[in-house]
Design a binder for this molecule. Structure first.
Ligand code: GCV
Length: 696
């Protein structure tokens, strides 16, 4: 043995002996390290002594592999796979439409599952049962999660099924390897190597997604290159689909509406043209021949320069239905984005444009079209009220689009746990079918149900660019499965699985996560401020820009701060964007006494001296919140320092470095924004902010 190798080996052993191995974050939340509590480990070992998976399909193999990898890792010894249960403690996976629990399994569908403690010839066994292979895979991951998070595994009676049919990640990945709004290195998809070479990470990606119940991946950017649909590139997508399939992940692609012209050689892409219709049908046939379980197309049309049906004076419904007809014979869908805001002729207020374009089209979309709506009416801002299209389209399938990648919330630098933001969105009351009709209810009541999250993954070793950003991938998957799960539960699961079960580590990490989104809102855009970031990278603040040609790309358009006050008046006195909500919601947001302070400046233009319910003037509250956000980051730094030696040195140092960058980022936001707004308000700075004044 060479001396260098020996030293490395001894070092690793020493680190392992100390219980803290160096880690690079590549295993995500599927670490499966030995459970440190020996008693608990022994208890688990008695209940998970052998694995029985009779299913011989590729998914059956994936279940067997995962259970063996997970249980053996957690229990610290090889857990055998056997053909039939031979003893107490067997973990038995049953995939059957005709099982003893058929009555309970039938309503759970192919993706649902039961986990039951049962007896088998007098032995106590754990049965993971599903009607379908994928349901059994999800059940296996659920069972492993119980051990990873230190929960009991006796007396189990668990029944689960997803609340939405399609739960997917949208990758804004380009054929050249770049990722739009990606902060974790280059694209995971190695188009230049495919289809001949398969990166082993594709399988790990599939495992991670299946572990949280995601079942779809849109491989490429919504700003779509027509070339994505050439035969050569479809073969590459098919190779990825082959790897993802055993884990239940369906592949989808984005489609550039002008493809028939650009890669098809036709003179037009007009939906009314029979040649164009034929082109899309043939393209769909070709795709399904290569990818039999292809999910369908995602389309961004007539938005931010993308082509679309309006180029031919036709509507979004005409465009969507063209593609929908092509994939319908194969059972495919079309996700048509409602992210449209280009024409000021539609309304002067950008926030109103999507509703105004799509509401009149309700009922005109084919049944296999889903209109994909961003959570808020502007564009993935740190905090937005829910988009008024949720609940407004009564005869159209509507799906939600969330952003996991932190485009406007500190990229992969800032710790911002997004589950509380998504919970606020899901729980918003639309009043669409009376009081208490939440956004989640509207999504679940849609004829076709789906949700998409814009991925934060890349080729970085830790997948997301920041170890804590993995929490948002995890949280999105869990909420896509069931938006009723609490943010705290998700934080607890992720923390234990990713950082271990040391009580101090768990409490600290969860504490950091819990308030991190509110903190980011505070140090970037508190009180309903929005879109005041600089135009290109969306990382730093730039509140002072004013543009005549494209006002929607300038900060002033959104905050309208002057000597008298601040905020965008969207009440009936202003743009009347509130009028796009149900009357109860409109009344709630319009009335200054009921409008939550979080949305004050989204809906109202108020005087600097306007007093909020806590007694502070808007100016004082603005200063307070900006500073409070920065203080939260400093608090996270102090908390993290206390974990030195309790988490592995590699991830400790990486997070520590990021936290200092986050402090600088938050401080920059506070100082630039306060300084700018003070130039308008001319109000004195509170004592705790005098340093900002010094900088001016
Ligand atoms: C993919 C915002 C982003 C763009 C993104 C667009 C969209 O404008 O900044 O990068 O484009 O949203 O969602 O289509």
């Amino acid at each position: 043995m060479k001396i260098g190798i020996r030293i490395v080996t001894i070092l690793s052993l020493l680190l392992a002996a100390g219980g803290i191995r160096a880690e690079d974050g590549s295993r995500l939340w599927l670490r499966y390290d030995p459970i440190p509590d020996r008693q608990l480990q022994a208890n688990y070992a008695a209940q998970a002594a052998e694995i029985v998976v009779s299913d011989v399909s590729p998914t059956g193999a994936a279940i067997r592999d995962e259970l063996q990898r997970g249980l053996s890792g957690l229990l610290g010894h090889e857990v055998p796979v056997v053909a039939n249960a031979t003893r107490s403690g067997a973990v038995v996976v049953e995939i059957s439409t005709n099982s003893p629990w058929a009555t309970e399994l039938n309503p759970l569908g192919e993706e649902g599952y039961l986990i039951r403690s049962a007896t088998n010839h007098g032995d106590t066994v754990t049965v993971i049962a599903s009607r379908g292979e994928i349901g059994a895979l999800y059940g296996a991951f659920h069972f492993l999660r119980l051990l990873q998070t230190g929960q009991g595994i006796t007396g189990l009676n668990i029944s689960e099924k997803p609340r939405l049919q399609r739960r997917m990640l949208d990758h804004w990945d380009n054929l050249n390897g770049s990722v739009e709004r990606g902060y974790a290195g280059k694209s995971m998809w190695k188009w230049d190597e495919l289809p001949g070479k398969i990166d082993p990470r594709y399988r790990d990606y599939a495992r991670a997604n299946a572990s949280i119940g995601l079942n779809g991946a849109v491989l490429n950017n919504v700003n779509a290159k027509p070339e994505q649909l050439t035969t050569a590139n479809l073969k590459k997508a098919a190779a990825i689909a082959d790897v993802l399939r055993p884990h239940g992940i369906h592949v989808y692609l984005t489609a550039n509406f002008a493809s028939p012209k650009i890669i098809g050689g036709l003179k037009t892409a007009n939906p009314a043209s029979p040649e164009v219709q034929r082109w899309w049908r043939q393209k769909a046939d070709e795709i399904y021949a290569l990818i039999p379980d292809f999910g369908g197309f995602l389309v961004k049309a007539n938005s931010e320069g993308q082509p679309g049906p309006q180029d031919y004076k036709l509507t979004h419904a005409d465009g969507a239905n063209l593609l929908a007809a092509a994939v319908a014979p194969h059972g495919g869908i079309v996700m048509w984005r409602a992210f449209v805001y280009n024409s000021p002729k539609i309304d002067k207020d950008r926030a109103k444009r999507a509703y105004l374009e799509f509401k009149p089209l309700d009922g005109r979309f084919a049944t296999n079209v889903l209109v994909q709506v961003k959570n808020g009416p502007i564009d993935f801002q740190p905090r937005e009220p829910f988009h008024p299209l949720f609940g407004a389209l009564k005869k159209t399938s509507v799906m939600a689009e969330c952003e996991i990648t932190q485009e406007n919330m500190g990229h992969a630098t800032d710790i911002v746990f997004l589950a509380p933001m998504w919970k606020e969105f899901f729980e918003s009351d639309t009043f669409a079918a009376g009081k208490g009709t939440t956004v989640a209810d509207t999504l679940e009541a849609s004829p076709q149900t789906a949700i998409a999250g814009v991925a934060n993954t890349g080729s970085d070793t830790n997948w997301c660019g920041h170890d804590f950003a993995q929490a948002n991938w995890y949280a999105f998957g869990r909420l896509a499965w069931d938006s009723r799960i609490s943010a705290d539960q998700i934080a607890d699961e992720w923390t234990r699985m990713t950082w271990g079960s040391d009580a101090k580590v768990v409490a600290t990490v969860e504490g950091m996560l819990r308030g991190s989104w509110e903190a980011c809102v505070s140090y970037e855009m508190p009180l309903g401020l929005h879109h005041i970031m600089e135009g290109g990278g969306h990382y730093d603040p730039k509140p002072g820009t004013v543009s005549r040609s494209t006002p929607e790309y300038s900060g002033w358009y959104y905050h309208k701060a002057d000597a008298n006050g601040i905020g965008f008046d969207r009440t009936t006195n202003g743009s009347d964007a509130v009028g796009q909500y149900a009357p109860e919601v409109a009344a709630h947001f319009s009335d200054l006494t009921t409008c939550p302070p979080e949305f004050l400046l989204w809906f109202h233009h108020v005087n600097w001296d306007y007093r909020l319910q806590d007694g502070n003037t808007v100016w004082d509250e603005l200063c307070f919140r900006y500073n409070d956000g920065v203080e939260y980051v400093k608090g996270m730094q102090a908390q993290w320092e206390k974990l030195r030696g309790r988490v592995d040195a590699e991830r400790f140092a990486a997070v520590q470095k990021r936290l200092e960058e986050q402090r600088l980022h938050a401080t920059k936001w506070r100082d630039i924004c306060i300084s700018y707004f003070q130039s308008k308000s001319q109000k004195p700075l509170p004592a705790y902010l005098t340093k900002v004044a010094d900088k001016k």
